[in-house]
Design a protein around this ligand. Sequence first.
Ligand code: ATP
Ligand code: MG
Ligand code: MG
Ligand code: MG
Length: 573
Amino acid sequence: MRTSQYFIATLRETPADAEVISHQLMLRAGMIRKLASGMYTWLPAGLRVLQNVTAIVREEMNKAGALEVSMPVVQSAELWQESGRWDQMGPELLRFVDRHNRDFCLGPTHEEVITDLIRNEFNSYKQLPANFYQIQMKFRDERRPRFGIMRAREFLMKDAYSFHIDEASLQQTYDVMFQAYCSIFSRLGLDYRPVLADTGNIGGSTSHEFHVLADSGEDDIVFSSTGDYAANIELADGIIPDQATMPAAASNKSASKVDTGDAHSIDAVAEKLQIPASKLIKTLIVRSDDDSNKHGLIALLIRGDQEVNEVKLAKLDGVAVPVEFASDEQVESVVGCKPGCLGPLRLPFPVIADRSVEHMSDFVCGANSEGFHLTDANWGEDCHFDTVADLRKVKEGDISPDGNGTLSIKRGIEVGHIFQLGTKYSKAMNASVLDENGKSVLMTMGCYGIGVSRIVAAAIEQNHDDNGIIWPDAIAPFQIAIVPLNAHKSPLVVDVSDQLLQTLEAAGYEVLLDDRDKKTSPGVKFADMELMGIPHRLVVSERGLENNQLEYKSRRAADPEMVPLDAILDFLG
Ligand code: ATP
Ligand code: MG
Ligand code: MG
Ligand code: MG
C-alpha cells in the first residue's frame, strides 16, 4: 500500500474531549472519528486493526469447535418478554416500534435469539453439545459512553452460546472456551488476567471475566501472588458501609420459613412465605458477614394490591422477618418511591453500588447492626450466592481468600466475559430436547462474550509512548513502514523502495510505503508512521544504498540500525 492511495488522517493536536490515551491516540492516528455520543466511524487504518483482532478471535473460536452464524441486530420484543428481560433491562436496551406499532430493540446481546433458534432446530440430545458464535455490532444505550470505543454505544462483540444435555457437558465447553480466550489474548500480545466475576443482568451461576491490565481500566481486580485466585471487586458490589443500620421498622417479628439452597424460584419463596407470587416485587439476596452460602438473608419487597406496603427479610435457613411500614412516608423513605409506584428502589442509607447508577435498582436492601450486606438482586429465578470474601475490604498485601499468597489490586479493562447460564433461558423460553430415555429435558447453556472493538483501545492503553501507538505485530494496521528519503531527487531510492514494497508484500507483510511528495518532510513522515504505531520502519536513502544498506528501526527501540538490503527478509523474519 502507498500513502498516495491511502487515507492518512493524522492530527497534530490532542482532541480536547478525549480523556484517556487510547481515545486520544485513536483520533490523532486517524483510526476513528466520532459520529455521535458513543458512535464511531472506523477509518481505513483503524478498520485494519479491528479486522486483525476479529481474524484472531474467529480463528480461535473455529479451532475451539464453535460454528459461526449471523443473527439479526434488530430483535422483537416478544422474545425478551418471554425471558423476562424486557421488563428487567433498564434504558440500556434501546427500544423502538416499527410501522405496525410492534415493539423491537437493538440487540445488546443475543441469548433470546439463539435460544429461540435452537429450540426450533434441536430435538434430541444427539445434537448436543453445540456452540454457535457471531461477530457483530451490538447496541447498548450506555448511560455514560466514554473513552471513545472503549465504552461505546455501538460496538463490535464476539458472542457465543453453547447448548448441553447437562452441567458436566457445559463445564467441558466452558473450560474449552476459557482456554480459547487465553489463546486469543496471548496471541493479541496483551497482558491480561482471567478473574472470577459477577454475572450481572446476563444471569447464571459461574462466570469469569478477562481483563487487560491498565491504569485507565474501569474495574478493580484483585489477584493473589500465587496466581490461583483472581476476582473482580465488583463481586462485592452493594456492600453496605459498616455504619449502616436497618430502618427502625425492622423489628424482630418472626414469620414463615424459607427454603435453603442455591437457587430460589420466586414461586418457591412465595410459597414458603405464604405470599402470592404476584405480590413479590423483588427478591434480594443478602449475605451475612461470615460469607457462607447458607446464612444469607433474602429480602422480599412485597406489595399489596396497589401499593408497596411491606418489606420482609427472610433468613434463608430460617425465619422471615416482616417489616411493616407505619406510614406512606416510611414506605417512600425506604423504597424510594411513593406507595403504588414501582420506580427504582433506593435505600435511605448509602449503598456502595457500581459506578453505573443504572445498577442501583438491583442493589437495594439493607444491613442491620450485625453487618448483613447485600450481594445480588434478581427476580427469584437463578438467584445465587458468591462465596467470595468481602473484596472491598481487601487491601494490597493481604492473604487471599483461598489462604495462599498475598493479594494485589490492579485496574483492569474487561475485554471478555464467559458465563455458565444453566437453564435460565431454556427454562424461561422452554428450550428442551429428548434425552436417551426419550424424556424431555431443558438444555443447559453457556455464553461467551469478547469486546472485539474494546480490545483495540485496550491494546493501545498497554502499548504506547510519547510519539503514539505501538501496535503488537499481530494486530498492527501495517507491520512495516517504508520511508524513502529525498525520493524526488533520486530515481534509485524510488526504484529500491518500490522493489522493497513488492518483496515484503510477496513475503506476506502488510506494508505502507510513504510516497508522499517533498511537500511532506521526512520528519512529518516519521512522526506519522510512529503515531500510527507501525512496529517496524525501513528508511531507504542514497547514503544507505551506497553501502547496499537500509536503515531499520523497531518502534520500541531508541535507535535505528543498518541492515544489508539483500538480508532484509532474514532480518525481519
Ligand atoms: P462493562 O462492565 O464494561 O459494562 P459488561 O459486563 O456490561 O461490560 P458483557 O455483557 O459482559 O459486558 O459483554 C461482553 C463484552 O462486551 C464485555 O466483556 C466487554 O468487553 C464488551 N463490552 C460491553 N459493553 C461495551 C461497550 N459499551 N463498549 C465496548 N465494549 C463493550
Ligand atoms: Mg455494561
Ligand atoms: Mg462488567
Ligand atoms: Mg461483563
